[in-house]
Design a protein around this ligand. Structure first.
Ligand SMILES: NC(=O)c1ccc[n+]([C@@H]2O[C@H](COP(=O)([O-])OP(=O)(O)OC[C@H]3O[C@@H](n4cnc5c(N)ncnc54)[C@H](O)[C@@H]3O)[C@@H](O)[C@H]2O)c1
Length: 248
């Protein structure tokens, strides 16, 4: 018996040149899928694709035309993982309307654009799994993350609306809500603190187990949602947050 296999499936992961998206791409390839690494960062995206034996696709998820072209190039998908996203630190006082629009364009419109481009073929084939990378900030507000929290609540809402409208077809829509994850970006920022270990513990303290997640631990949740073992799961927001959202 082979559980969580993605053999004979084609998966596309956006934002896969780095961090969580790269980990998803790697695990999906390991599980047997044909994997498209889609990102606007060509150099790192090509490197990830080469390392995992996948294919690279230059894609700006903020561009509707780019996403439509991507669907022409790639064809029908079994798994679409919308991971591309950007962050911004700020309260109302230091967030401009332009900041909010910028985050919305990538984090919300980006997911919408990719769904618009790839989901119709899934609906026609009556199968497929769409996995949106939301965040703990899509379920509870995170301090000084006004714009980011706003967009991630929208991603959770969009996922549930998609599930409600289309899950009767056999296509499933779920999102993952990670807490803090040890991505290269986060690790690089920690090094800027006078005491990186203390800064790590402080950032990880919102999680009940006192540590950040590894990108592979988020990828494991995505593999579950991508595989047929999660056939009964749609419209869910899977918390991979070390218990952050459980209460305090
Ligand atoms: N790192 C965390 O602690 C954390 C926690 C919760 C949720 N998330 C979410 O997980 C996702 C990935 O985060 P990460 O930490 O791995 O980030 P990252 O910065 O390491 O990777 C993000 C990738 O997305 C790509 N990207 C950004 N804008 C794009 C666009 N318009 N089109 C195509 N690609 C684009 C970047 O080039 C990069 O390769 C994001 O949606 C983020 O909000 C991250």
């Amino acid at each position: 018996m082979s559980l969580f296999s993605l053999k004979n499936k084609t998966a596309l992961v956006t934002g896969a040149a780095s961090g969580i998206g790269a980990a998803l791409g790697e695990l999906f390839a390991y599980a047997g899928a044909t994997v498209w690494i889609a990102d606007r960062d060509e150099a790192n995206g090509r490197a990830v694709a080469e390392r995992i034996g996948g294919k690279f696709l230059l894609l700006d998820v903020a561009s509707e035309a780019d996403c439509a072209r991507a669907a022409q190039t790639v064809g029908a998908l079994d798994v679409l993982a919308n991971v591309a996203g950007i962050g911004y630190v700020g309260t109302l006082l230091n967030t401009t309307a332009a900041d909010l629009d910028r985050l919305h364009t990538v984090n919300v419109r980006g997911v919408f654009n990719c769904c618009k481009a790839f989901v119709p073929a899934m609906l026609e084939r009556k199968s497929g799994s769409v996995i949106n990378m939301a965040s703990i900030a899509g379920v509870v507000a995170v301090r000084e993350r006004l714009a980011y929290t706003t967009t991630k609540f929208a991603v959770v809402g969009m996922t549930k609306a998609l599930a409600l409208d289309h899950s009767h077809t056999g296509v499933r829509f779920n999102c993952i809500c990670p807490g803090r994850v040890e991505t290269p970006f986060v690790l690089a920022r920690l090094k800027e603190y006078p005491d990186p270990q203390a800064a790590y513990l402080d950032m990880a303290s919102t999680q009940l187990n006192g540590r950040m997640a590894k990108p592979e631990e988020v990828a494991a949740a995505a593999l579950y949602l991508a595989s047929d073992e999660s056939a009964m799961v749609t419209g869910s927001a899977l918390m991979v947050d070390g218990g952050w959202s459980a209460g305090k």
